[in-house]
Unconditional design. Structure first.
Length: 54
């Protein structure tokens, strides 16, 4: 419980939150780009997998 009084705990929590939001933004944007695109000029299935780090 002593961790709740440390600034480093909250700094790590904020960093984790921002990283998760960034991951979700990139993932959703890639999938939307994959679904709404022309097959010749855009994001492919491999790019979606790369964005998801699969």
């Amino acid at each position: 419980m002593a961790e709740l009084k440390l600034w480093s705990f909250y700094r790590a929590l904020i960093a984790e939150f921002i990283a998760t939001l960034l991951f979700l933004y990139i993932t959703v944007a890639t999938v939307i780009g994959y679904k709404k695109s022309d097959p010749c000029n855009s994001v492919g299935l491999l790019d979606v997998a790369w964005a998801l780090e699969a």
